[in-house]
Design a protein around this ligand. Sequence first.
Ligand code: AMP
Ligand code: ZN
Length: 110
Amino acid sequence: MGCIFCSIAAGEIPASIVYASDRVVAFNDIDPQAPVHIIVIPREHHPSIDALAQTDAGLAAELLQVAAGLGAAHHGGYRLVLNTGPDGGQSVDHVHAHVLAGRGLGWPPG
Ligand code: AMP
Ligand code: ZN
């Protein structure tokens, strides 16, 4: 079965791209949960942050660097989220960071 985020990274399905480098791509979430809701992915397929951190810590750091840079554009602050595994609420098995901003965000999460 194909991976939707691999397809977005390859340009095979459309997305609202906000950042792209040779290793990392960011695009607006299709179902935004805040005024700013961006998904940041490595182009390379890794199922989760566990897998990525173990196999390529440099790429994991680059993912966070891009996500933080996108968040930092919003002066009110931002939240980075990496849902991981079933209890973490991960629904797409290609590692991704959510960048949420533009409103006060509740805590604790649901
Ligand atoms: P998660 O539940 O943490 O795995 O997050 C997956 C996110 O991907 C959700 O917020 C979805 O709304 C988002 N998503 C799924 N398909 C697309 C798509 N084609 N374009 C943009 N965002 C998507
Ligand atoms: Zn993938």
